[in-house]
Design a protein around this ligand. Structure first.
Ligand code: ADP
Ligand code: MG
Length: 295
């Protein structure tokens, strides 16, 4: 359970503040009903060798009488340790797909399997644990908490994960050293440049040593030189920590330089996954085609 000090700390925050909510979103916010389409887990070798496998995954929104097919039948796999870039025009479904991989949202139908575990079949508690322990997220707008030092910002997900205090402190230092900010521990976000703030958010994402790093337009708010530095950093940490990276971007030139594979979305559909042809064993079983539409 969460310690009393942390409860006080948390309850004294304005939890309606959008920046705060975004910053903690990937650890505790989403409570959605379990999906009704669990995938049979008769795992093939694909399930264990791939970090991420989606099978005909859909996320449809109902807006009045209309249905918006934000993600519309995407079948995809990402190998463990691979660095892939997800490209497509604005509105093509990139962030929606990333949020499904992050366990921030649930598919309307289809499956998302990360390291052999089907997110669609997880309870809300299991999904929260998955977000805390297995996934790191980096956002375009950093989403640091302005009133907290960078040390406290990086420590935050570990407090949610109830990591011991000494281990937390050690990991904060390690993570900030890794991103080149070991000498800025007491600074607040407003005292740092945009590139430095993004480094802090990467340190925060790495603190729980996730196996999967998800980045949504991580260079979108940065000048091109700083954006390049950030991508060098993401590539280096993914190598050294043997992490799988899925990065959304619309900067194709950068994606070509840094990612191992480019995946293109249009209108919620995969138009190219960078693979010659899908391997025959990508079928995980009949996941159904019914259109359970959430919200
Ligand atoms: P991208 O990240 O590629 O710009 P998004 O994944 O954010 O695209 O959005 C894909 C489509 O889904 C867009 O048409 C968007 O308007 C719609 N969409 C995203 N989130 C919601 C939502 N919560 N409710 C309704 N429609 C949404
Ligand atoms: Mg987006």
């Amino acid at each position: 359970m969460v310690d009393v000090g942390f409860r006080l700390w948390f309850t004294n925050r304005n939890t309606q503040d959008p920046t705060f909510r975004r910053a903690v979103s990937y650890v505790d916010s989403v409570v959605l009903p379990p999906a009704s389409n669990p995938v049979p887990m008769n795992s093939s070798s694909l399930l264990t060798s791939s970090a991420v496998v989606t099978e005909n995954v859909c996320r449809h929104y109902r807006m009045g009488d209309a249905i918006i097919r934000a993600v519309d039948g995407v079948t995809l796999r990402v190998a463990a340790g691979e660095f892939v870039a997800l490209l497509g025009q604005s509105g093509s479904g990139k962030s929606t797909l990333l949020n499904l991989l992050a366990g921030l949202d649930r598919p309307s139908s289809g499956s998302v399997v990360v390291q052999g575990r089907n997110l669609a079949a997880m309870t809300s508690e299991e999904l929260a644990s998955y977000r805390r322990n297995d996934v790191g997220m980096v956002f375009q707008a950093f989403h640091l908490i302005p009133s907290m030092t960078i040390t406290d910002n990086v420590e935050l997900p570990m407090r949610f994960a109830e990591v011991d205090r000494e281990v937390r402190q050690q990991r904060v230092h390690e993570s900030l050293e890794r991103v080149g900010l070991g000498n800025r521990l007491k600074h607040r976000p407003s005292e740092l440049s945009g590139g430095e703030q993004q480094r802090v958010s990467i340190a925060r994402a790495l603190a729980n040593r996730p196996s999967l790093l998800l980045a949504d337009e991580p260079t979108g708010n940065l000048d091109s030189r700083t954006g390049e530095d950030i991508l060098h950093l993401i590539r280096d940490v993914s190598h050294s920590m043997k992490m799988t990276v899925v990065m959304v971007t619309h900067e194709r030139a950068l994606a070509e330089r840094f990612a191992q594979r480019l995946i293109f979305l249009a209108d919620g559909k995969l138009i190219s996954s960078g693979e010659a042809e899908p391997p025959p064993q990508t079928r995980l079983g009949d996941t159904g085609t019914s259109e359970g539409v959430l919200a």
